[in-house]
Design a protein. Structure first.
Length: 116
């Protein structure tokens, strides 16, 4: 019955969110107005919300599971290496068995990519 969990990510400036999710990670904008952008790629969706008050209170860590981590890593590391997270800037096997790497933006939003 449940099909999808969609995070809401707050930014003081919408362009910061669009830089990470659209320009770097290749999500497409499905909707955008003055305060909200709905972005999506391959069924993974997020709501980017411009709200300085909430952005100051919450800098989330989001995990996206994938079945082709090598492809996503190649896209990001080739075109947008500045977004690779300093503590997870290469694909590594974690003690729990998954392959992971992460990206982050200057506002401290972190997106972890994980392949089981």
């Amino acid at each position: 019955m449940l099909t999808r969990l969609i995070p809401k990510i707050f930014y003081s400036k919408m362009d910061d969110g669009l830089d990470l999710f659209v320009r770097c990670l290749g999500l497409k904008v499905l909707h955008q107005d003055n305060a909200l952008a709905v972005v999506e790629r391959d069924g993974a969706k997020a709501y980017l919300v411009q709200d300085a008050e909430f952005a100051a209170k919450d800098r989330p860590e989001i995990t996206i599971e994938t079945d082709d981590i090598a492809k996503i890593y190649a896209e990001v590391s080739t075109s947008w290496p500045k977004y690779l997270h300093p503590k997870a800037k290469s694909v590594e096997r974690k003690p729990w068995g998954s392959l992971e790497f992460a990206v982050g933006d200057e506002t401290q939003v972190c997106v972890i990519f994980r392949q089981w």
